[in-house]
Design a protein around this ligand. Structure first.
Ligand SMILES: CCCCCCCC/C=C\CCCCCCCC(=O)N[C@@H](CO)[C@H](O)/C=C/CCCCCCCCCCCCC
Ligand SMILES: O=c1ccn([C@@H]2O[C@H](COP(=O)(O)OP(=O)(O)O[C@H]3OC[C@@H](O)[C@H](O)[C@H]3O)[C@@H](O)[C@H]2O)c(=O)[nH]1
Length: 646
C-alpha cells in the first residue's frame, strides 16, 4: 500500500485500500466461520448450480451463433450415385399434422444423389395417405413408397408403425424424421458428411419450434426454443452422455442390428434416446449439423402442451433418473431460489435483489438464445416476455404433476410407464377414425379424456383426495377467485397489447379488411383435393379475398383432426365458429400467413376453465407473437421458402 501511495498518490491509494478491504479474505473468512458445514455445502452447491446454468446457456448461445449461423454445401451431395452412400428416409405418420404437406415435401426436395423415402402409416383409413399419394405424384422422380399397416413388435406405436419400413429399407443409413418436421434441402448431404467421419454413429438435429398458432403452441415453442435448446446443445457439446430427441435422427441399421435392431426398443417409450444410447455405448459419437428440425407446432391447447411436457418428463423419469432429479433446478425459478440462498450466505445480497437480477438476466439469455437460433432480431419483446413468463411460471407445477404420475398420452393412446422404462398400453386405437377402446381388464369402459379426466386420473393421487379437490374447485368462492384472476390477466394482457399496437395502424387496418362469414364456411365442405391444396399453401402467400375461403379450411386441417370423420370435422368447424365471434375470425383470417390464421382449431375439446384462460390470453398472445411467424433464419431464405415471409 505504501508503494502504491508513492507511485499513484494518496487518492488512488485510498480507493485501492477500500477495494482491497471489500474483497479481502476477511468477509470470506467470516463466511466460513459464521455458517455450519451443511450451510456451506448448500451454499457452494447452489452457486455451482447457478454458474453451471449460465455457463450452459452461454455455451449454447455461442454454438447457436456459430454452428447455426450458416450452411455449407456438403461434399456428399456433390458425389455421383455410385459414390454416395444411400439413405432411406423413414417418415412415421399418424393423422394430419400442422403444415404436413410442406414437412413431407421437404424430404422429396433433398439435394442428394441417392435416397429413398418410406412413409409408414399404421391404419389404411389414415388421412395422411392422401397427402403422401399427392406428393408421390408430384415428385415422380423421387424413389418413394408408402407402407400401410403396423407390426406389433412391442408397445411403442411409433416403432410398430415404422418397423416394416426399417426392415425393408434399401440402404444401411436410415433417417427417421417425424411427420411434423421440416428440414432444409441440404440437410441430408450435411448429415451424411458427418456420418462418414470416423467414429460417428448417429447424427441428429436440434428441434426448433415454429408456426405457433395458439397459446399452447406458444408455450411449447418457448420450451423448445429456450430451455430445451440450451440444455440439448450444451449436453451434446460436452459429449458426456447421450441426449437425443427423435425428431430427426440418422444412424446405421448395421450398428443398431448388433443390439437387436429397432424392434428391440419397441417395449420402451423413450425409444429415441435409448437407440441413441445404445449406439453411444458401442463407442460411437453423436454429431449435429447446422440444420434445425423445424417442428410445426400448429394449434396446441394449453393442456396439449401440459400433457406433452408431462409425457416427456415421465418417460425421462425412469430412463435418465438423475437428470430428472436435477431438472427443476435448471429451470429459472428453481435455480433462482436456490442461488439466491447461496449468494445471500456468501455476500449477504438480499434474496429479492438477487432474484430480480437473476430473472432479468435469465430472460435476456433466453431472448438472445431464441434470436441466435432463429437468425433474426426479434422485435416483439412484449409478446415474447408474456409467453416466457407463462412458461416459466408453469414449469415447476408441471414438473411436480409429471413426476408423481406414470401414465402418458400419446396421440389418442394412453400408456402406463413401468419402472424398468418399459411401457404397458392402457387404451388402444385400432383406427385413426375410431374412438378409443379400453383394453380388457381396465376398470372403465369410457376412456379418459386427454384433457381434464386424464389430468386427474393420470396422477397417483388417491381417489378421496381427488374427490375433495374436485369439491374444492366447485365452491362458488373458489370459482369467483379463479374468474377474478382470469379477468385481471385479461385486463393486463389487453393493456399490454393495446400499448404495443399503438402506431401499428397498418396491421389494424388489415384486420378490418377480412370478409369471412360463418355461412361461407358452413356451406363449403372441403373435398380431399381441398385438404391437399390447403396443406400446400406456403407461409409466404398473402391471403387474398379469393383464397380466404380455402384458408378457412386450413384452420381445421392444420391441427390433429386425424381421428375425425369428414362429417365430424364439419360439425367441429361449425361449433368452433359458433363459439368464436365474427370479429375474432376476421382478425385472424386476414393475417398474411397460415401461422396467424389457424388458431381457431383446437385438437381436443377444452374444459371450461381452459377456455376461459385461453379466451383471455390466447388471442392477444398469439396475435402479438405472430410476428415471429415472419422471422426466418437468414441463411435458409433461398431454400426454405415455406418458412419465410417477406
Ligand atoms: C450440475 C450438473 C447438472 C447436469 C444437469 C443436466 C440436466 C439435464 C436435464 C434435462 C435435459 C434436458 C434436455 C433433454 C431433452 C429432453 C427431451 C425428452 O424428454 N425427450 C424424450 C422424448 O423425445 C427422449 O426420449 C428423452 C431424451 C432424454 C435425454 C436426456 C439426457 C440427459 C443426460 C444428462 C447428462 C448430463 C450431462 C451433464 C454434462 C455436464
Ligand atoms: O401412435 C403413434 C404416435 C406417433 N407416431 C409418429 O411418431 C412421431 C412423433 O410423434 P409426436 O410428434 O406426436 O411426438 P413427440 O414429438 O413427442 O415425439 C418425440 O418423443 C417421443 C419419442 O418416442 C419420439 O421418438 C420423439 O420424436 C410422428 O412422426 C408420429 O406420426 C406414430 O407413428 N404413431
Amino acid at each position: 500500500m505504501e508503494r502504491l501511495h508513492n507511485y499513484l498518490g494518496p487518492s488512488f491509494a485510498v480507493a485501492a485500500e477500500g477495494l482491497s478491504s471489500s474483497f479481502s479474505s476477511q468477509p470470506l473468512d467470516s463466511v466460513w466461520e459464521r455458517h455450519s458445514k451443511l450451510q456451506l455445502f448448500c451454499m457452494i452447491l447452489s452457486i455451482v448450480l447457478w454458474v453451471f446454468c449460465f455457463t450452459a446457456a452461454i455455451t449454447a448461445i455461442t454454438i447457436s451463433r456459430t454452428r447455426y449461423a450458416g450452411h455449407k454445401r456438403s461434399l456428399s451431395s456433390r458425389m455421383t450415385k455410385d459414390e454416395a452412400p444411400g439413405v432411406s428416409i423413414i417418415r412415421p405418420l399418424r393423422g394430419i399434422d400442422s403444415n404436413m404437406y410442406e414437412n413431407l415435401a421437404s424430404s422429396f426436395r433433398q439435394d442428394y444423389p441417392l435416397f429413398e423415402i418410406i412413409f409408414s402409416v399404421a391404419q389404411p383409413n389414415d388421412p395422411a395417405i392422401a397427402v403422401v399419394k399427392d406428393l408421390i405424384k408430384k415428385y415422380p422422380k423421387v424413389d418413394a413408397r408408402i407402407i400401410i399397416g403396423e407390426k406389433n413388435v412391442g408397445i411403442n406405436p411409433k416403432i410398430n408403425n415404422m418397423i416394416q419400413s426399417y426392415e425393408t429399407a434399401k440402404y444401411d443409413i436410415v433417417w427417421v424424421c417425424d411427420s411434423n418436421v421440416y428440414v432444409d434441402p441440404g440437410c441430408m448431404g450435411r448429415s451424411v458428411d458427418k456420418m462418414m467421419k470416423p467414429g460417428v454413429g448417429l447424427v441428429h438435429h436440434l428441434p426448433f419450434g415454429v408456426r405457433p398458432q395458439t397459446l399452447g403452441s406458444e408455450l411449447e415453442l418457448m420450451f423448445l426454443d429456450t430451455v430445451h435448446a440450451k440444455m440439448y446443445l450444451f449436453i451434446n457439446w460436452t459429449g458426456l452422455a447421450s441426449c437425443v430427441v427423435g425428431k430427426s435422427n440418422l444412424y446405421r441399421r448395421s450398428d443398431l442390428n448388433k443390439v437387436g435392431g429397432l424392434a428391440a426398443f419397441g417395449k420402451y417409450m423413450a425409444e429415441d434416446n435409448l437407440v441413441a444410447t445404445a449406439i453411444f455405448n458401442m463407442g460411437y459419437k453423436h454429431e449435429m449439423t447446422s440444420d434445425l428440425a423445424y417442428q410445426s407446432l400448429g394449434s396446441m391447447t394449453p393442456s396439449d402442451y401440459f400433457l406433452r411436457r408431462a409425457r416427456w418428463t415421465r418417460i425421462r423419469k425412469y430412463t435418465v433418473t438423475a437428470a430428472t432429479v436435477v431438472e427443476p433446478f435448471i429451470e429459472m425459478i428453481g435455480c433462482g431460489l436456490v442461488a439466491s440462498y447461496g449468494f445471500n450466505l456468501l455476500w449477504n445480497i438480499h434474496m429479492l435483489n438477487f432474484l430480480a437480477f437473476h430473472v432479468v438476466f435469465w430472460f435476456l439469455v433466453d431472448w438472445t438464445m431464441y434470436q441466435a437460433l432463429s437468425g433474426e432480431k426479434m422485435d416483439n419483446l412484449r409478446g415474447f416476455l408474456m409467453a416466457w413468463c407463462l412458461r416459466e411460471l408453469a414449469a415447476l407445477p408441471l414438473y411436480t404433476y409429471a413426476v408423481v404420475g406414470s401414465t402418458v398420452d400419446w396421440r389418442d393412446q394412453t400408456f402406463l410407464l413401468l419402472r424398468d422404462g418399459t411401457v404397458k398400453a392402457l387404451t388402444s386405437t385400432p383406427s385413426t377414425k375410431a374412438t378409443k377402446t379400453i383394453v380388457p381388464g381396465s376398470p372403465s369402459s369410457t376412456p379418459p379424456s386427454p384433457t381434464t379426466a386424464a389430468f386427474w386420473a393420470n396422477t397417483m393421487v388417491p381417489q378421496s383426495t381427488q374427490d375433495s379437490l374436485r369439491k374444492f374447485f366447485r365452491r362458488p368462492a373458489v370459482i369467483s377467485v379463479v374468474r377474478s384472476t382470469l379477468a385481471v390477466i385479461h385486463f393486463l394482457v389487453d393493456i399490454l397489447i393495446k400499448s404495443q399496437r399503438n402506431g401499428n395502424e397498418d396491421e389494424d387496418g388489415e384486420l378490418s379488411d377480412g370478409n369471412i362469414s360463418e355461412e361461407n364456411v358452413r356451406s363449403n365442405v372441403p373435398e380431399k383435393e381441398e385438404i391437399l391444396k390447403l396443406q400446400k399453401v406456403p407461409l409466404k402467400q398473402r391471403v387474398s379475398s379469393s383464397n380466404i375461403k380455402n384458408k378457412k379450411y386450413a384452420f381445421d386441417y392444420d391441427g390433429d383432426d386425424s381421428s375425425a370423420t369428414e362429417s365430424e370435422l364439419v360439425l367441429r368447424r361449425s361449433s368452433r365458429l359458433k363459439t368464436s365471434g365474427r370479429s375474432k375470425f376476421q382478425k385472424h383470417a386476414t393475417f398474411e400467413s397460415e401461422d396467424d390464421e389457424g388458431r381457431i382449431l383446437m385438437r381436443h375439446d377444452r374444459s371450461a376453465e381452459e377456455d376461459e384462460l385461453s379466451k383471455a390470453v390466447e388471442p392477444y398472445l398469439s396475435d402479438s407473437l405472430s410476428r415471429r411467424g415472419r422471422t426466418r433464419r437468414v441463411d435458409i431464405s433461398n431454400t426454405s421458402q415455406f418458412l419465410s415471409v417477406p
